[in-house]
Design a binder for this molecule. Structure first.
Ligand code: GDP
Ligand code: MG
Length: 260
């Protein structure tokens, strides 16, 4: 039996959270096409017949422009210090740019084996995949292994876990087999609500939305009732989130409840 921890790092929007969700087949990390939606580290546990892989999703690494960004980058970089392998997710459909270079730079000297996942290959031709590999090779120092995949369309996922497994040390599982995350419900619920808000409010609403659980009512039927609060920075953002005749907020509620 093998077991170990793997950090998933990469630029915002590379597909880290999508991959984590695909790996554990549950909606765990919130996905959004707006950058920087994952604020904390989220662990996902994958059990194969011969290994337990504990994935640690991180906020996207990017050159910090503000304090929250700085915190998120720090969280991501400190994660790679104590893992058995590092998976660098690359958005293969975008040009390799400064953002990726910043990441390659930051894993320099990292002792754990590095796997570079070229994601979104559903959008790429074989030639394009090859040229992306070429561009990446030019920029990375030291040894690493390529894996091509599509997190969204479930391509190359098994190959990826196989490669990761080969790098893990022998060891007993860290978590029971039926436990797929250490992420608690009280954190997951606000994240789900936040994701729906991001979905129903376009660019006008920046990432200045926070959601908290204010009250939990334990009901005899086993269905708990959560009261959440949505915080915004400016008064004007309130109306946007609520929408005309409360349309947006209602939709947020409907979809969030379903998912929860
Ligand atoms: P993160 O910021 O790295 O966690 O990225 P997300 O997982 O939130 O994904 C960002 C966006 O890329 C979302 O809109 C996903 O649906 C999309 N995406 C992720 N993986 C793939 C993929 O394999 N193919 C395509 N076409 N889109 C993907
Ligand atoms: Mg994410």
């Amino acid at each position: 039996m093998k077991s170990g921890f793997v950090a998933i790092i990469g630029r915002p929007n590379a597909g880290k959270s999508t991959l984590l969700n695909q790996l554990i087949k549950e909606k765990l990390a919130i996905i959004s096409n707006k950058a920087q939606t994952t604020r904390d580290r989220i662990k996902g546990v994958v059990n194969t017949p011969s290994a337990q892989i504990v994935f640690v999703d991180t906020p996207g690494i990017h050159k910090p422009k503000h304090l929250l960004g700085e915190y998120m980058t720090k969280t991501a970089l400190s994660t790679i210090k104590d893992v058995d392998a590092v998976l660098v997710m690359i958005d293969g459909s975008e040009e390799i740019g400064r953002g990726d270079e910043f990441i390659f730079e930051s894993i320099k000297g990292c002792k754990a084996p590095i796997i570079v996942g070229i994601n979104k290959i559903d959008k790429l031709s074989d030639d394009e995949i090859e040229s992306q590999k070429f561009e990446i090779k030019k920029r990375i120092e030291g040894n690493f292994t390529f894996v091509t995949l599509s997190a969204e369309y479930n391509m190359g996922i098994e190959r990826l876990t196989g490669v990761i497994e080969s790098f893990l040390p022998e060891g007993e599982p860290f978590y029971p087999e039926d436990m797929y995350t250490d992420y608690p419900m009280y954190k997951l619920i606000p994240e789900i609500v936040r994701e729906k808000i991001l979905k129903y409010t376009e660019e006008e609403i920046p990432h200045s939305v926070a959601v908290t659980i204010d009250h939990v009512e334990r009901r005899p039927n086993g269905k708990d009732c959560y009261t959440v609060n949505i915080y915004v920075e400016r008064q004007s953002q309130k109306g946007i989130i609520i929408g005309a005749q409360g349309k947006n907020l209602k939709q947020v509620g409907i979809e969030a409840r379903k998912e929860i």
